[in-house]
Design a protein around this ligand. Sequence first.
Ligand code: DGY
Length: 329
Amino acid sequence: MKSRVFVTRVIPEKGLEMLRQHADIEVWQEPLPPPYQILIEKTRGRDGLLCLLTDRIDAGFIAALGPQVKVISQMAVGVDNIDVAAATARGIPVGNTPGVLTDTTADFAWALLMAAARRVVEGDRFTRSGRWKTWGPIDFLGPDISGATLGIIGFGRIGQGMAKRARGFDMRILYFDRTRKPEAEREYGATFTGLDDLLRESDFVSLHTDLSPKTYHLMNDVRLGKMKQGGILINTARGPVVDPAALYRALSSRSIACAALDVTEPEPIDRNDPLLSLDNIIITPHIASASHQTRTRMATMAAANLIAGLKGEPLPNCVNPQVYSMIAK
Ligand code: DGY
């Protein structure tokens, strides 16, 4: 008998095709994610789940799954929506999709950096509103990117992707990470610094950390206050790495010049959120990995993880490989 799988949204067809060859799949067809209770009901009797970062896979959800469940496969690299410890305790492998979205996400972070510095979105709004009357010698001034200092917080794959792009702009590159990365330092000409020094010296600060209790509201009043006056903050990591109230204070007092966010807390941002009243912020709807090619690669990788899990094989990309030693015991 074929395994039974629930897929929490329509994903690129190639991923679904792969799944259909190995399992009976039900795909949630609505544009919004399944509500929590429905997600539980749909997954309870099934062998596997393919989920997205918009699904809450917490300890309660994992406890509600039946004994037959073999795998949870997420179509994303970040898994902060999943209680991985609870899945591990039940011996359920959790898959993710690292690597395939590195360049696409770094491209987008770079696009935000350039758009923020050169006021692309403001300029577009200005033009559309009919206010463009002449060429203005002191209008829409922003900082140069070439030769400026970029501070990268989180120097993993995507952070290093930012450094690679920054080299082409002759930037000075600083980075902060839990661990020093000497090889990447050499490759990208990046300098390891303490967080405070990075904030003080960077014209642009780009966030590339995962979300954990340690990075929750990492950018708070104190740290935003350490950024250069005129500094620009880019966040393509996870929304809660930045305290939104503190960011509002920093932007409205112009203690920093601008922020460009692809991720917010919460997601989606409330349409009445004070941040949306500011003109010195760009907010996009968590689309940094949204290229045709990358989303297809993410879908096929998530499908490959799921299929391996259904067959009882190790997932090609597993965030909790310790489940295998538990199973072996
Ligand atoms: C991820 O994979 O974690 C990204 O945030 C999706 O864009």
